[in-house]
Design a protein around this ligand. Structure first.
Ligand SMILES: O=C([O-])CC(=O)C(=O)O
Ligand SMILES: [Mg+2]
Length: 549
């Protein structure tokens, strides 16, 4: 049981109380509270319970003509009454997640400077180099545990959105709370402004960021370094989640800091873990184990090498030798098959460059390598064409087909194509959402493998254990725990991930598994509790109003 929170003293009263989103409960203030805090007359007399107030939220959402308008409304609700906002999100995640997160958050970022109402989080401009500690100290909360930070250079699949990318840290952190119960008070969204190469933004009269091309090179690196060190000084217990940095920065930043501070990259590690979970669940469907599969990636960038690296580690845990685990993973990109004679391979591609004759046709690569799974991380829409999919169907009774590129227009194939061209035999998951597919008398429910299944849960585990570092093994534990929660009945309908409606329970189960791992491996910053489940339950934020004295 969660301990009853102690009533807060020294809080604002009157209008100031109604203007404080963390404390405001508007028409839910009781008669006695209204008397005590000087609210009588400032509210309509009727006292309402939360259910009625939630109903008003739904009514107002229905009035809005577009999802962007719903996003704006929900942001305002958060500015007004944070508890009711999270109550709404947590009451129906399958409905609210697409409004506060992908896909709507993409459009919200594109227009962030136009729809801005009350700025949230912290903006750190490179013009303030040398002062970042002071800027962070302006944030009112001292016990920050989670920072999601972006420099806006690669927002989802939308490219460089400059500081309009702030929608992403805000949205991701809302999911820490709504999907895994991390208290909102300990979260801090940050955007780094190093300029933008988006000409349209630079010219737009409402753009709020620096109107200059992006700073790169040593000056950029020094700025990132100052940021990381400033966070260590001002918020020493904070974990930093890097989000939507462009590929040339994402991997080096992670490599530079992962062993020095508590941090991870969601697009590399979170996405890899959700893909790994999907592959483990898919292996169950094809009646084998993960270690019985062969994987061919289309794409050889950060996403591909990130997934392959995590997958190879998981295969090793399952008993394959390090060399054999790597040999199960092949990469194919615009230059053809990645093989040992290819020149100019990156450090991350090299482990998967096996001995093989050059091949420049993806279907030919499938014919020769006979993968049981193809994973699309190429960003090339429709790259899994009919020939590719039919070849997979010819070689496999249940071909695993995972087009993971975002957004929908970049997906390597649609769900319908995958099911139709395999006569319904495909085991399918995608990065972008697809509607159910009807073939004959069968209904297929395509799964969306979004990192929302991973980062809030890993975050909750880190929050609860106060781990000082985030390791790849934690992500493997998270992936396995996630895959375990897809029930046989769900698997029978083709689901690879649990439904989003269950995300809180699912994330808390994943968080417990990761926390167990952290405690068992001596990585926690707090003593191991006697009863882990009770300890974790105690940490979970519930959207209830804080009592006021
Ligand atoms: O935000 C999402 O939906 C997934 C993600 O991290 C990205 O595409 O960058
Ligand atoms: Mg991202």
């Amino acid at each position: 049981m969660t301990a009853k929170p102690t009533p807060l003293t020294n809080h604002p009263t009157g209008v100031a109380l109604l203007r404080d989103p963390a404390l405001n409960r508007s028409t839910a203030f009781t008669e006695a509270e209204r008397e005590k805090f000087g609210l009588v007359g400032l509210l309509p007399d009727r006292v309402e319970d939360e259910e009625v107030r939630l109903q008003r939220v739904l009514v107002q959402l229905d009035y809005k003509p577009t999802d962007l308008e719903r996003y704006i409304f929900l942001s305002s609700l958060r500015d007004n009454d944070e508890t009711l906002y999270f109550k709404a999100l947590m009451s129906d995640p399958a409905r609210f997640l697409p409004l506060v997160y992908t896909p709507t958050v993409g459009e919200a970022c594109q227009k962030f400077d136009q729809i801005l109402r009350r700025p949230a989080g912290v903006y750190l401009s490179i013009t303030r180099k040398g002062q970042l500690r002071d800027l962070l100290r302006n944030w009112p909360h001292k016990d920050v545990r989670f920072i999601v930070v972006t420099d806006g250079e690669r927002i989802l699949g939308l490219g460089d959105l400059g500081i309009n990318g702030m929608g992403i840290p805000i949205g991701k952190l809302a999911l820490y709370t709504a999907c895994a119960g991390v208290p909102p008070k300990v979260t801090l969204p940050i955007t780094l402004d190093v300029g933008t190469n988006n000409e349209a933004l630079i010219k737009h009269p409402l753009y709020l960021g620096l109107r200059q091309p992006r700073i790169t090179g040593a000056e950029y690196d020094e700025f990132i370094d100052e940021f990381i060190m400033a966070v260590q000084d001002v918020f020493p217990r904070a974990c930093i989640q890097f989000e939507d940095f462009a590929l040339p920065h994402a991997a080096p930043i992670l490599a530079r800091y992962r062993d020095k501070v508590c941090c991870f990259n969601d697009d590399i590690q979170g996405t890899a873990a959700v893909a790994l979970a999907g592959l483990i669940a898919a292996s169950k469907i094809v009646d084998g184990a993960l270690k019985d599969q062969r994987f061919l990636f289309l794409g050889a960038g950060t996403a591909a090498t990130g997934i392959a690296a995590l997958l190879a580690k998981a295969l090793e845990q399952d008993g394959l030798s390090a060399a054999e685990a790597k040999r199960r993973c092949w990469l194919f990109d615009i230059g053809g098959l990645i093989q040992s004679k290819r020149e100019g391979l990156t450090l991350f591609q090299q482990p998967f460059a096996h001995e093989h004759a050059p091949l420049d046709n993806f279907t030919a690569a499938i014919e020769v390598l006979k993968p049981t799974a193809i994973i699309g991380v190429s960003g090339v829409g429709k790259a899994f064409d009919r020939t590719v999919i039919e070849t997979m169907a010819k070689l496999n009774e249940r071909p695993i087909i995972f087009p993971y590129s975002n957004p929908t227009s970049h997906s390597e194939c649609t769900a319908e194509e995958a099911y139709r061209w395999t006569d319904g035999r495909a085991v399918f998951a995608s990065g972008s959402p697809f509607q159910p597919v009807y073939l004959g008398d069968k209904t297929f429910l395509p799964s969306q493998g979004n990192n929302v299944y991973i980062f809030p849960a890993v975050g909750m585990a880190i929050y609860a254990t106060e781990a000082a570092r985030v390791t790849d093994e934690m992500f493997i534990v998270a992936a396995r725990a996630l895959a375990e929660q897809v029930t046989p009945a769900q698997i029978a309908t083709g689901l690879i991930y649990p439904p989003q409606s269950m995300i809180l329970d699912v994330s808390l189960n994943v968080a417990r598994a990761v926390a167990r791992y952290i405690f068992d491996h001596g990585l926690a910053g707090v003593p191991t509790p006697d009863d882990l489940a009770a300890y974790m339950a105690e940490k979970v934020y519930r959207p209830a109003y804080r009592p006021l004295a």
